[in-house]
Design a protein around this ligand. Structure first.
Ligand code: 13P
Length: 249
């Protein structure tokens, strides 16, 4: 049985005091959940969030990392730096990073391998654009992104990798993929993993859906056969709303 992982991606939102207030409000609301609860916060909130989330169900993640250990990379943060302060999760290859910061399948693969080496838990994002969905290439796009992200990733490592399927046209638009389309696309991703690693491994990889997830649609999405939780943007900024998503049943 795969565990449901419900992760918030705050993107560039919330100051440290707001992060701590959010955690104080969320912690009692999710204390009885069996689902994995993660919030991926801006770098400047990480330390405060980690301190504040101690002894709660809430796990803390970053939204990006550099694949290099250290050096002359002004403005960058390494996986070692995240690991050193106790960060558990890291988002890799979010479509906003692919679109605005030149993230490529190659850099995603490099970051993923480094995160796994450091035993950070990676959430790797894949997803097609509206044009690709409409011209019928969505399957090709998401399976290629998956395959390229996983190059040289071992059997033991892929089991620890979370994939987030986030159709770009559903992010921040209020348009959610239908539960059937989201499930079908996630099955394509799982089949691609099966082609590389075999069925047993493919069946154990957690694959989330992301894109306008909210409390009103979480249940129908997360109850689909292949959707193992969500990566939640806007709706993760409000503790009450995010708690409802975590406790979707
Ligand atoms: P929204 O939930 O705001 O559509 O964002 C999804 C997302 O990009 C999460 O990583």
């Amino acid at each position: 049985m795969r565990k449901k992982v419900i992760a918030g991606n705050w993107k560039m939102n919330k100051l440290p005091n707001e992060a701590m207030e959010f955690i104080s409000e969320l912690a009692p609301l999710v204390k009885d959940t069996e689902n994995e609860v993660v919030i991926c916060v801006p770098y400047t909130d990480l330390f405060y969030a980690l301190m504040h989330a101690q002894d709660t169900k809430i796990k803390i993640g970053a939204q990006n990392m550099n694949a290099e250990e250290k050096g002359a990379y002004t403005g960058e943060i390494s996986g070692e730096m995240l690991k050193a302060i106790g960060v558990e999760y890291v988002i890799i290859g979010h479509s906003e990073r692919r679109a605005y910061y030149n993230e490529t399948d190659e850099s995603v693969n490099k970051k993923l391998k480094k995160a796994l080496l450091l035993e950070l838990k990676p959430i790797v994002c894949v997803g097609e654009s509206l044009e690709q969905r409409e011209n019928g290439t969505a399957k090709e796009v998401v399976t290629a992104q998956t395959r390229l992200a996983l190059e040289e990733v071992s059997n033991e490592e892929v089991i620890k990798t979370i994939i987030a399927y986030e159709p770009i046209w559903a992010i921040g638009t209020g348009k959610t993929a239908t539960k059937e389309d989201a499930n079908e696309t996630i099955k394509w991703i799982r089949e691609e993993i099966e082609n590389i690693y075999g069925k047993d491994i493919a069946d154990s990889v957690v694959i989330q859906y992301g894109g306008s997830v909210k409390s009103s649609n979480a249940k129908e999405l997360f109850e689909m056969s292949d959707i193992d939780g969500g990566l939640v943007g806007g709706a993760s900024l409000d503790a009450q709303e995010f708690a409802k998503i975590v406790n979707y049943k």
